[in-house]
Design a protein around this ligand. Sequence first.
Ligand code: PEP
Length: 248
Amino acid sequence: MPRKFVVGGNWKMNGDQKQAREIIENLTNATLDPNVEVILGVPAIYLPLAKSVLPAKLELAAQNCWKVAKGAFTGEISPAMIKDIGATWVILGHSERRTIFGEKDDLIAEKIGHALDSGLKVIACIGETLEEREGGKAEEVVYRQTKAFVSAIGDRWSNVVLAYEPVWAIGTGKTATPQQAQEMHACLRNWLSGNVSPSVAELVRIQYGGSVTASNAKELAGSPDIDGFLVGGASLKPEFVDIVNASS
Ligand code: PEP
């Protein structure tokens, strides 16, 4: 079965109520390729607003969550709460969570396991830093990051999208070339085949993320192992429509 192209917009900590409405209205009125799954990663505080104006063709993601359902965890939100307001996805392991907030592989794995237990789908992010790439360690790093998720995911890979986001390409305007991205995606699929199962390797969708724009999306989308994008900055702009439609 072909893998359905999946494009996520990660708004990060941007926007206000007005802009949230405008972005969703623009997407509502746009012609989006019906063969593409589109997920909006909206700041938690605006998720209910987004849900109230969201057309059926779009899905909603939180950008983070905690690893238990409720309790004394000031400032956190749980998968149960995310589901309660009608969102169906959560982005976990983003490099900004890893670098700015110090999240490590084992915590991310716990969060992934609990989010899946709670019935959310997960965009699980991985990616190497520039130093790691230049040190010839890019593959080793993304394999380590992916391996950390394996037992938490178990047999629930159909509810997981992997997002390969080289840290040096996030928010920098420096995109991986289609060759660099394809090469890593193919390596990851091969790793999944050997370390999880050939059928998981075949079914799991691997997004590329890192300075994707309307002008580079089409070429990236043409690579056989790139099954979608996770888009930061450009997801706040009208060009997100062209990124969603880049695989058609
Ligand atoms: C991201 O935040 O996941 C991302 C890829 O950001 P940008 O597209 O701005 O590089």
